[in-house]
Ligand binder design. Structure first.
Ligand SMILES: O=c1ccn([C@@H]2O[C@H](COP(=O)(O)OP(=O)(O)O[C@H]3O[C@H](CO)[C@@H](O)[C@H](O)[C@H]3O)[C@@H](O)[C@H]2O)c(=O)[nH]1
Ligand SMILES: [Mn+2]
Length: 351
């Protein structure tokens, strides 16, 4: 007999009850239409201003209709990652892509944090690989990633052992800026050690960024000597390889700086993503990809299992090809007066 845990759905699509908001919206719609009809009927008694008002109100009605239609059928997706993890052997590999373009505008410590948050996600490490595309062809970015992957060997086990929620160290240590008191002594000691190690890592990167070159451009760094960022051949470096395929180890880390020539259009992020898919296709060739910009980080370590619950849970493969998680911005203004967090889009009008 089939194991019920293995055949249970991986997600549920739950319709929200929103009859009252719908009724209010219908009333408003009637009022707006009666205003439009009133304008139309009395158009000839008024001059140009009436026509202008009619045009503006018609446009408003149109955009209002569009907004309402996105909120009409609200659904929520409940994912069941635990059920997915029970099917451990079936979990497919995932290639994780990070793009960076400029070591000055996008300081490598940001990219390092993005990569560390990805390396530590809750998913078997032997099924993950992290590819970083560097359009800056910067030895500093490469150096930072080499150092970060050394730090990852202590950071990843720490996150998993204590089930840390924020796995980008700069956020983890700024949110919990003092050693937490209400936890075990062992955790406090580990926390201090990890903070010390992360500070050493940031200091190394900071010092390297002050020098004209992060280190001597020999050995692995030789490919970066005498090149210009807009004119160089492809550079691909396997920074760390999870050779034994350890499922609780650190996933592979691969650095890529695609070929650039001054007269060849490079198509910015799209071009970088294209190269990432081609290179990963030759190395790990995972059937699923996860993409982050270098100034983002994974806020929920279960991100891959949540996305996988949706992607693998559909009955017809054609129904789901892409999963987008809500994007939340840190250090935003209090109460988000300009609506930058797009709360309405993600929390109210989920389609
Ligand atoms: O030649 C380039 C230019 C940009 N990027 C990367 O592309 C990403 C997005 O570029 P950015 O200039 O930071 O755009 P944003 O407006 O901040 O990003 C938003 O808008 C972009 C499209 O305009 C989307 O691609 C991003 O995912 C989305 O976060 C970053 O990781 C960049 O490093 C490259 O890899 N190569
Ligand atoms: Mn950006």
């Amino acid at each position: 007999m089939a194991n019920p845990a293995l055949s249970a759905p991986l997600y549920d699509r739950i319709s929200r009850r929103n009859n009252i908001p719908r009724a209010i919206e219908l009333i408003i719609l009637c009022l707006i239409f009666s205003l439009l009809i009133y304008r139309l009927l009395s158009l000839k008694d008024h001059g140009f201003t009436w026509v202008l008002a009619l045009l503006c109100e018609s446009w408003f009605t149109f955009t209002w209709g569009l907004i309402i239609s996105t909120k009409w059928n609200q659904v929520e997706y409940m994912t069941y990652p635990k059920r997915l993890l029970q099917r451990k052997l079936e979990l497919p590999p995932v290639d994780m892509f990070v793009t960076t373009a400029d070591p000055v505008l996008e300081p490598p410590i940001l990219t390092v944090n993005t990569v560390l948050s990805l390396l530590a996600v809750d998913y078997p490490a032997d099924k993950l690989a992290c590819y970083v595309s560097d359009d800056g062809a910067s030895p500093l970015t490469f150096y930072s990633l080499v150092e970060a992957s050394k730090f990852a060997k202590i950071w990843v086990p720490f996150c998993k052992k204590y089930n840390v929620q924020i796995r980008a160290p700069f956020r983890f240590f700024s949110v919990e800026s003092t050693s937490p008191q209400d936890v075990s002594l062992e955790f406090q000691q580990e926390w201090k050690r990890m903070k010390g190690e992360y500070e050493k890592l940031s200091q190394k990167i900071e010092d390297a960024s002050r020098r004209s070159q992060p280190c001597e451009l020999t050995g692995d760094f030789a490919d970066f000597s005498n090149i210009q960022r807009n004119n160089h051949p492809t550079i691909i470096k396997v920074i760390w390889e999870n050779k034994e395929g350890v499922s609780n180890g650190v996933p592979h880390v691969i650095y890529i700086s695609r070929e650039k020539r001054p007269k060849q259009p490079h198509h910015f992020k799209a071009g970088a993503m294209n190269t990432l898919t081609r290179v990963s296709g030759m190395i790990t060739n995972a059937p699923f990809m996860l993409n982050l910009d270098c100034d983002m980080y994974v806020n929920n370590p279960q991100i891959v299992v949540h996305a996988m619950s949706l992607l693998l849970g559909v009955t017809n493969e054609r129904d789901c090809a892409f999963v987008q998680s809500p994007q939340i911005f840190y250090d935003g203004l209090k109460d988000d007066p300009f609506g930058n967090q797009l709360v309405v889009l993600y929390e109210v009008s989920q389609l």
